[in-house]
Ligand binder design. Structure first.
Ligand code: HEM
Ligand SMILES: *[C@@H]1O[C@H](CO)[C@@H](O)[C@H](O)[C@H]1NC(C)=O
Ligand SMILES: *[C@@H]1O[C@H](CO)[C@@H](O)[C@H](O)[C@H]1NC(C)=O
Ligand SMILES: *[C@@H]1O[C@H](CO)[C@@H](O)[C@H](O)[C@H]1NC(C)=O
Length: 323
């Protein structure tokens, strides 16, 4: 009754989006006077973490996405659950999956040592995500700064706003559109899956049951990393050739139908939509420079979902609100 389901979903997602785009109040030189060492401190912390474990770059990139899609890029994702407070870390898409919290803690401690109570956790995550991509050989960009940290988190919004791995193309477009991001942003940002790893439980249905998957590829992943039952936590690389190189290999894999996630394959060859994402996938597969430029621009747009000015606070410990 009432609204058709896609519209209902759109309305629900809009309602959950309390954050407005406030581009004018973010600017790259925000901490130039108050914390000039900030970029080098974050860069050093990320370089150390990635040297220890290359996957951490992918994990921090995903952390930024999962922060920004829920209440905006306000570091709400970093708040720990307490006896009185339920955060986002244990929401379905994050539990036993999202990682990198202790890397942000370590960088925040270094930043606090030089610039006490000055730099938001949200801005540290935004800078760390930029450094993560460039440390893996991907593009770099100028990070807009001046985000404030949220004083609450929203587990329910984390469960409803973050896209699941069985999302259809129209579902993905609706969720991104609710954040002011279009088909080009969706396609470029999905290129993040050129790095990092996924658990068997997130891609089992695709490699066992879908027809839009290369048979030899599916058989290989089934045998190596994902039994039909059990092994839910087994990991496979989201991009087979070079899971620790930020290149355009993911888009070549989409054209060849050699990707893990059903939601990813929806961007190419699904026959849904008007072909915009299909054309972009082909363009990015053919032109790594184009992908790098579009990815950087889309990351800046994603980062614009923010609290600014006097909203929120600058958290001292990223895991809890200031008391
Ligand atoms: C478009 C919809 C998206 C869906 C449905 C999706 C879904 C997923 C899933 C299911 C995983 C594996 C999680 C697990 O094993 O528990 C994953 C991993 C990952 N996602 Fe996405 N994702 C999407 C968009 C994005 C975006 C926009 C970014 C960043 C800009 C991103 C970055 C990553 C990264 C880097 C990993 C690997 C993380 C690691 O190895 O720790 N994803 N994603
Ligand atoms: C939970 O709330 C009670 C009552 O307001 C307070 O005394 C206690 O310190 C809170 N616990 C945590 C872990 O925040
Ligand atoms: C594949 O589809 C069948 C029939 O719908 C279902 O019973 C089964 O659980 C599915 N398997 C996976 C791995 O999703
Ligand atoms: C690739 O994309 C870049 C950036 O848009 C463009 O300048 C270049 O001409 C493209 N290269 C080819 C071979 O189309």
């Amino acid at each position: 009754m009432g609204m058709p389901r896609p519209l209902l979903l759109a309305v629900a997602l809009m309602a959950a989006t309390a954050v407005v785009v406030v581009d004018g109040q973010l600017f790259p030189t925000f901490y130039d006077a108050t914390c000039p060492v900030l970029p080098s401190v974050v860069r050093r912390g990320m370089a150390q973490a990635v040297q220890k474990e290359a996957r951490m770059a992918a994990s921090i990139l995903r952390l930024f996405f999962h922060d920004c899609f829920v209440n905006g890029c306000d570091a709400s994702i970093l708040l720990d659950d307490t006896a009185n407070f339920t955060g986002e870390k244990n929401a379905g898409p994050n539990a036993n999956s999202l990682r990198g919290y202790e890397v942000i803690d370590a960088i925040k401690a270094q930043v606090e040592a030089s610039c006490k109570a000055t730099v938001s956790c949200a801005d540290i995550v935004a800078l760390a995500a930029r450094d993560a991509v460039s440390l893996l050989g991907g593009p770099s960009w100028t990070v807009q700064l001046g985000r404030r940290d949220g004083q609450t988190a929203n587990q329910n919004a984390a469960n409803t706003n973050l896209p699941p791995p069985d999302a259809t193309l129209s579902d993905l477009l609706t969720r991104f559109s609710a954040k002011g991001l279009d088909a080009r942003d969706l396609t470029a940002l999905s290129g993040a899956h050129t790095v990092g790893w996924a658990r068997c439980t997130t891609f089992r249905a695709h490699i066992y049951n879908d027809t839009a998957v290369d048979g030899a590829f599916a058989a290989q992943v089934r045998g190596k990393s994902c039994p039909s039952a059990g092994g839910d936590g087994n990991l496979a690389p989201l991009e087979l050739r070079a899971p620790a190189a930020f290149d355009n290999g993911y888009f070549k894999d989409l054209v060849a139908r050699r990707v893990l996630l059903r939601s990813d394959q929806e961007l190419y060859g699904s026959g849904a939509g008007d072909g915009t994402t299909d054309a972009l996938v082909r363009a990015y597969a053919a032109n790594a420079t184009l992908f790098a430029a579009d990815f950087a621009a889309a990351m800046v747009r994603l980062g614009r979902l923010a609290l600014t000015g006097k909203s929120g606070e600058v958290r001292i410990n990223c895991r809890r609100v200031n008391s």
